[in-house]
Design a protein around this ligand. Sequence first.
Ligand code: 2RA
Length: 329
Amino acid sequence: MKVAVVGATGLVGTKMLQVLAERNFPVTELVPVASERSVGKEVEFKGKKYKVVSMTDAIAAKPAVALFSAGGGTSTEWAPKFAEAGITVIDNSSAWRMDPTKKLVVPEVNADVLTAADKVIANPNCSTIQMVVALQPLHKKYQIKRVVVSTYQSVTGTGVKAVDQLLNERKGIVGEMAYKYPIDLNVIPQIDVFLENGYTKEEMKMVKETCKIMGDDSIRVTATTVRIPVMGGHSESVNVEFANDFDLNEVKALLSSAPGIVVVDDPATQQYPMPMDAHEKDDVFVGRLRRDETQANTLNMWIVSDNLRKGAATNAVQIAEYLQGKGLL
Ligand code: 2RA
Protein backbone atom coordinates (compact mmCIF):
# COMPACT_ATOMS: atom_id res chain seq x y z
CA MET A 1 0.00 0.00 0.00
CA LYS A 2 1.27 3.47 -0.90
CA VAL A 3 1.34 5.65 2.24
CA ALA A 4 2.02 9.40 2.49
CA VAL A 5 3.26 11.06 5.67
CA VAL A 6 2.68 14.80 5.59
CA GLY A 7 5.02 16.64 7.96
CA ALA A 8 7.47 13.74 7.71
CA THR A 9 10.40 15.69 9.15
CA GLY A 10 8.67 16.95 12.34
CA LEU A 11 8.64 15.28 15.77
CA VAL A 12 5.31 13.50 15.21
CA GLY A 13 5.98 12.80 11.50
CA THR A 14 9.29 11.13 12.34
CA LYS A 15 7.50 9.07 14.99
CA MET A 16 4.82 8.10 12.44
CA LEU A 17 7.54 6.66 10.18
CA GLN A 18 9.05 4.79 13.12
CA VAL A 19 5.67 3.36 14.21
CA LEU A 20 4.65 2.38 10.64
CA ALA A 21 7.92 0.44 10.35
CA GLU A 22 7.78 -1.14 13.83
CA ARG A 23 4.19 -2.30 13.45
CA ASN A 24 4.89 -3.60 9.96
CA PHE A 25 2.12 -1.62 8.33
CA PRO A 26 2.08 -2.94 4.74
CA VAL A 27 3.81 0.06 3.15
CA THR A 28 4.89 -0.77 -0.39
CA GLU A 29 5.94 2.80 -1.15
CA LEU A 30 6.39 5.77 1.13
CA VAL A 31 5.53 9.31 0.03
CA PRO A 32 7.13 11.70 2.53
CA VAL A 33 5.82 15.25 2.36
CA ALA A 34 7.16 18.34 4.11
CA SER A 35 7.36 22.10 3.72
CA GLU A 36 8.76 23.53 0.47
CA ARG A 37 12.18 24.09 2.05
CA SER A 38 12.50 20.35 2.81
CA VAL A 39 11.46 19.17 -0.67
CA GLY A 40 14.28 17.09 -2.19
CA LYS A 41 15.73 16.12 1.20
CA GLU A 42 15.85 12.40 1.96
CA VAL A 43 13.95 10.43 4.58
CA GLU A 44 14.89 6.87 5.55
CA PHE A 45 12.21 4.23 5.97
CA LYS A 46 12.94 0.53 6.53
CA GLY A 47 16.47 0.92 5.19
CA LYS A 48 15.35 2.68 2.00
CA LYS A 49 15.75 6.35 1.18
CA TYR A 50 12.77 8.38 -0.10
CA LYS A 51 12.84 11.94 -1.44
CA VAL A 52 10.57 14.47 0.29
CA VAL A 53 7.96 15.74 -2.18
CA SER A 54 5.52 18.67 -2.32
CA MET A 55 1.80 18.43 -1.53
CA THR A 56 0.86 18.55 -5.20
CA ASP A 57 3.28 15.75 -6.07
CA ALA A 58 1.97 13.68 -3.15
CA ILE A 59 -1.61 13.91 -4.46
CA ALA A 60 -0.38 12.98 -7.95
CA ALA A 61 1.32 9.90 -6.43
CA LYS A 62 -2.17 8.71 -5.30
CA PRO A 63 -1.37 7.06 -1.97
CA ALA A 64 -4.21 5.05 -0.40
CA VAL A 65 -3.78 6.86 2.91
CA ALA A 66 -2.06 10.03 4.10
CA LEU A 67 -1.08 10.59 7.73
CA PHE A 68 -1.01 14.35 8.32
CA SER A 69 0.96 16.07 11.06
CA ALA A 70 1.69 19.48 9.67
CA GLY A 71 -0.49 21.87 11.63
CA GLY A 72 -4.07 23.10 11.35
CA GLY A 73 -3.49 25.54 8.47
CA THR A 74 -1.96 22.88 6.22
CA SER A 75 -4.72 20.40 7.07
CA THR A 76 -7.51 22.89 6.45
CA GLU A 77 -6.10 23.71 3.03
CA TRP A 78 -4.86 20.31 1.88
CA ALA A 79 -6.87 17.50 3.53
CA PRO A 80 -9.97 18.21 1.35
CA LYS A 81 -7.78 18.14 -1.78
CA PHE A 82 -6.33 14.75 -0.82
CA ALA A 83 -9.84 13.50 0.00
CA GLU A 84 -11.19 14.69 -3.36
CA ALA A 85 -8.45 12.63 -5.02
CA GLY A 86 -9.75 9.56 -3.16
CA ILE A 87 -6.96 9.53 -0.56
CA THR A 88 -7.99 8.81 3.04
CA VAL A 89 -6.50 11.42 5.38
CA ILE A 90 -5.82 10.72 9.05
CA ASP A 91 -5.15 14.14 10.47
CA ASN A 92 -3.28 14.87 13.69
CA SER A 93 -4.09 18.60 13.80
CA SER A 94 -7.07 20.15 15.57
CA ALA A 95 -8.55 21.41 12.27
CA TRP A 96 -11.31 18.78 11.89
CA ARG A 97 -11.70 17.35 15.37
CA MET A 98 -14.92 19.11 16.32
CA ASP A 99 -16.35 19.26 12.78
CA PRO A 100 -19.65 17.34 13.07
CA THR A 101 -19.11 15.81 9.61
CA LYS A 102 -15.75 14.26 10.65
CA LYS A 103 -15.07 11.29 12.93
CA LEU A 104 -12.74 11.73 15.90
CA VAL A 105 -11.28 8.32 16.62
CA VAL A 106 -9.43 6.40 19.30
CA PRO A 107 -9.55 2.80 18.04
CA GLU A 108 -9.94 1.21 21.50
CA VAL A 109 -13.00 3.41 22.09
CA ASN A 110 -14.88 4.09 18.84
CA ALA A 111 -13.24 2.57 15.76
CA ASP A 112 -16.63 1.10 14.87
CA VAL A 113 -17.91 4.55 13.77
CA LEU A 114 -15.59 4.44 10.73
CA THR A 115 -16.88 3.72 7.22
CA ALA A 116 -15.35 3.78 3.73
CA ALA A 117 -17.03 7.17 3.24
CA ASP A 118 -14.77 8.79 5.88
CA LYS A 119 -12.06 10.41 3.83
CA VAL A 120 -10.83 12.88 6.48
CA ILE A 121 -10.54 11.30 9.91
CA ALA A 122 -9.39 13.30 12.92
CA ASN A 123 -6.80 12.03 15.40
CA PRO A 124 -7.60 13.50 18.85
CA ASN A 125 -5.38 15.62 21.08
CA CYS A 126 -2.71 13.63 22.94
CA SER A 127 -3.93 14.44 26.46
CA THR A 128 -7.48 13.39 25.50
CA ILE A 129 -6.44 10.10 23.86
CA GLN A 130 -4.72 8.61 26.89
CA MET A 131 -7.55 9.67 29.19
CA VAL A 132 -10.41 8.21 27.12
CA VAL A 133 -8.59 4.88 26.68
CA ALA A 134 -8.68 4.53 30.48
CA LEU A 135 -12.18 6.00 30.93
CA GLN A 136 -13.99 3.90 28.33
CA PRO A 137 -14.08 0.49 30.10
CA LEU A 138 -15.15 2.20 33.34
CA HIS A 139 -17.84 4.27 31.61
CA LYS A 140 -19.35 1.13 30.07
CA LYS A 141 -19.63 -0.47 33.49
CA TYR A 142 -20.38 2.39 35.91
CA GLN A 143 -21.52 5.38 33.73
CA ILE A 144 -19.29 8.43 34.20
CA LYS A 145 -20.96 11.61 35.48
CA ARG A 146 -18.00 13.94 35.92
CA VAL A 147 -14.22 14.01 35.37
CA VAL A 148 -11.76 16.41 37.02
CA VAL A 149 -8.35 16.17 35.33
CA SER A 150 -5.01 17.90 35.87
CA THR A 151 -2.24 17.19 33.37
CA TYR A 152 1.54 17.15 33.61
CA GLN A 153 2.58 17.40 29.97
CA SER A 154 5.89 16.68 28.27
CA VAL A 155 7.67 19.42 26.30
CA THR A 156 7.65 17.10 23.25
CA GLY A 157 3.95 17.98 22.89
CA THR A 158 5.03 21.49 21.85
CA GLY A 159 7.64 20.34 19.32
CA VAL A 160 11.36 20.49 18.60
CA LYS A 161 11.69 24.13 19.66
CA ALA A 162 10.47 23.32 23.18
CA VAL A 163 12.75 20.29 23.51
CA ASP A 164 15.63 22.57 22.49
CA GLN A 165 14.57 25.21 25.02
CA LEU A 166 14.63 22.64 27.85
CA LEU A 167 17.98 21.14 26.79
CA ASN A 168 19.55 24.59 26.28
CA GLU A 169 18.39 25.75 29.70
CA ARG A 170 19.94 22.65 31.25
CA LYS A 171 23.26 23.50 29.59
CA GLY A 172 23.00 27.17 30.58
CA ILE A 173 22.65 28.24 26.94
CA VAL A 174 20.31 31.16 26.20
CA GLY A 175 18.54 30.17 22.98
CA GLU A 176 15.17 30.58 21.31
CA MET A 177 12.22 30.32 23.70
CA ALA A 178 9.24 28.11 22.81
CA TYR A 179 7.51 29.24 26.00
CA LYS A 180 7.10 32.71 27.53
CA TYR A 181 8.90 31.44 30.65
CA PRO A 182 11.80 29.10 31.46
CA ILE A 183 10.65 25.47 31.55
CA ASP A 184 13.56 23.78 33.33
CA LEU A 185 13.05 23.81 37.12
CA ASN A 186 9.61 25.24 36.44
CA VAL A 187 5.95 24.30 35.84
CA ILE A 188 3.82 26.35 33.43
CA PRO A 189 0.05 26.18 34.04
CA GLN A 190 -0.78 27.17 30.49
CA ILE A 191 -0.94 24.97 27.39
CA ASP A 192 -1.98 26.77 24.21
CA VAL A 193 -3.79 30.12 24.25
CA PHE A 194 -6.34 31.38 26.77
CA LEU A 195 -10.00 31.51 25.74
CA GLU A 196 -12.68 33.94 26.91
CA ASN A 197 -13.88 31.56 29.66
CA GLY A 198 -10.45 31.61 31.34
CA TYR A 199 -9.59 28.07 30.25
CA THR A 200 -6.87 27.31 27.70
CA LYS A 201 -7.54 25.78 24.31
CA GLU A 202 -5.86 22.53 25.47
CA GLU A 203 -8.24 22.37 28.45
CA MET A 204 -11.31 22.87 26.30
CA LYS A 205 -10.04 20.22 23.85
CA MET A 206 -10.12 17.73 26.72
CA VAL A 207 -13.67 18.77 27.61
CA LYS A 208 -15.15 18.63 24.10
CA GLU A 209 -13.14 15.81 22.52
CA THR A 210 -13.88 13.43 25.41
CA CYS A 211 -17.65 13.70 24.85
CA LYS A 212 -17.33 13.35 21.07
CA ILE A 213 -15.06 10.26 21.18
CA MET A 214 -17.09 8.57 23.92
CA GLY A 215 -20.33 9.51 22.15
CA ASP A 216 -21.88 10.89 25.32
CA ASP A 217 -22.47 14.61 25.85
CA SER A 218 -23.67 14.02 29.40
CA ILE A 219 -20.07 13.42 30.61
CA ARG A 220 -18.92 16.61 32.36
CA VAL A 221 -15.17 17.26 32.17
CA THR A 222 -13.15 20.04 33.79
CA ALA A 223 -9.42 20.30 33.09
CA THR A 224 -6.26 22.13 34.16
CA THR A 225 -3.41 21.49 31.70
CA VAL A 226 0.17 22.07 32.77
CA ARG A 227 3.56 21.88 31.05
CA ILE A 228 6.39 20.30 33.03
CA PRO A 229 10.09 19.78 32.22
CA VAL A 230 9.92 16.12 31.16
CA MET A 231 10.14 14.43 27.75
CA GLY A 232 8.88 10.84 27.98
CA GLY A 233 5.14 11.37 28.02
CA HIS A 234 2.13 13.09 29.51
CA SER A 235 0.82 12.27 32.99
CA GLU A 236 -2.68 12.96 34.29
CA SER A 237 -4.31 13.00 37.69
CA VAL A 238 -7.93 12.04 37.05
CA ASN A 239 -10.86 12.11 39.48
CA VAL A 240 -13.93 10.31 38.10
CA GLU A 241 -17.44 10.35 39.56
CA PHE A 242 -19.71 7.52 38.42
CA ALA A 243 -23.48 7.18 38.50
CA ASN A 244 -23.03 3.71 40.01
CA ASP A 245 -20.79 2.41 42.76
CA PHE A 246 -17.74 0.30 41.95
CA ASP A 247 -15.52 -2.29 43.50
CA LEU A 248 -11.83 -1.35 43.38
CA ASN A 249 -10.69 -4.88 42.50
CA GLU A 250 -13.24 -4.98 39.70
CA VAL A 251 -11.96 -1.61 38.43
CA LYS A 252 -8.42 -3.03 38.33
CA ALA A 253 -9.63 -6.16 36.55
CA LEU A 254 -11.63 -4.12 34.00
CA LEU A 255 -8.67 -1.88 33.24
CA SER A 256 -6.19 -4.79 33.11
CA SER A 257 -8.26 -6.63 30.52
CA ALA A 258 -9.06 -3.55 28.39
CA PRO A 259 -7.15 -3.12 25.10
CA GLY A 260 -4.17 -0.76 25.18
CA ILE A 261 -4.01 -0.46 28.98
CA VAL A 262 -1.33 -1.67 31.38
CA VAL A 263 -2.13 -1.36 35.09
CA VAL A 264 0.93 -0.51 37.19
CA ASP A 265 -0.38 -0.18 40.71
CA ASP A 266 1.34 -1.61 43.75
CA PRO A 267 1.78 0.84 46.63
CA ALA A 268 3.56 -1.84 48.69
CA THR A 269 6.46 -1.89 46.22
CA GLN A 270 6.05 1.73 45.08
CA GLN A 271 4.95 0.74 41.58
CA TYR A 272 3.09 3.37 39.59
CA PRO A 273 3.28 4.75 36.04
CA MET A 274 5.93 7.36 35.25
CA PRO A 275 6.75 9.11 31.95
CA MET A 276 10.31 7.73 31.89
CA ASP A 277 8.85 4.20 31.82
CA ALA A 278 6.10 5.02 29.28
CA HIS A 279 8.61 6.54 26.84
CA GLU A 280 8.67 4.69 23.48
CA LYS A 281 5.78 2.41 24.50
CA ASP A 282 2.38 2.27 22.79
CA ASP A 283 0.28 1.53 25.89
CA VAL A 284 -1.61 3.71 28.31
CA PHE A 285 -0.36 3.08 31.86
CA VAL A 286 -2.78 3.42 34.77
CA GLY A 287 -2.05 3.36 38.50
CA ARG A 288 -2.62 5.02 41.90
CA LEU A 289 -6.15 3.58 41.78
CA ARG A 290 -8.02 4.52 44.94
CA ARG A 291 -11.43 5.53 46.13
CA ASP A 292 -12.05 9.27 46.62
CA GLU A 293 -13.08 9.16 50.26
CA THR A 294 -14.75 12.58 50.14
CA GLN A 295 -17.52 11.64 47.71
CA ALA A 296 -19.65 8.62 46.79
CA ASN A 297 -18.91 6.53 43.65
CA THR A 298 -15.71 8.44 42.91
CA LEU A 299 -12.31 7.11 41.83
CA ASN A 300 -8.85 8.68 41.69
CA MET A 301 -6.30 7.46 39.17
CA TRP A 302 -3.03 8.39 37.47
CA ILE A 303 -2.67 7.93 33.71
CA VAL A 304 0.62 8.10 31.79
CA SER A 305 1.38 7.58 28.10
CA ASP A 306 3.98 8.53 25.48
CA ASN A 307 2.30 11.55 23.89
CA LEU A 308 4.20 11.22 20.61
CA ARG A 309 3.17 7.56 20.28
CA LYS A 310 -0.31 6.68 21.62
CA GLY A 311 -1.03 10.42 21.88
CA ALA A 312 -0.27 10.99 18.21
CA ALA A 313 1.61 8.65 15.82
CA THR A 314 0.52 5.25 17.16
CA ASN A 315 -3.14 6.27 17.38
CA ALA A 316 -3.02 7.49 13.74
CA VAL A 317 -1.36 4.26 12.58
CA GLN A 318 -3.88 2.18 14.56
CA ILE A 319 -6.70 4.00 12.70
CA ALA A 320 -4.98 3.12 9.40
CA GLU A 321 -4.58 -0.50 10.57
CA TYR A 322 -8.29 -0.68 11.42
CA LEU A 323 -9.31 0.76 8.02
CA GLN A 324 -6.95 -1.60 6.23
CA GLY A 325 -8.11 -4.63 8.24
CA LYS A 326 -11.77 -3.86 7.46
CA GLY A 327 -11.05 -3.24 3.76
CA LEU A 328 -12.05 0.44 4.12
CA LEU A 329 -9.02 1.87 2.32
C1 2RA B 1 0.66 19.53 23.76
N1 2RA B 1 -1.52 18.69 23.27
O1 2RA B 1 1.14 18.66 24.50
C2 2RA B 1 -0.36 19.26 22.73
C3 2RA B 1 0.20 18.46 21.59
N2 2RA B 1 -0.81 18.04 20.69
O2 2RA B 1 0.99 20.69 23.81
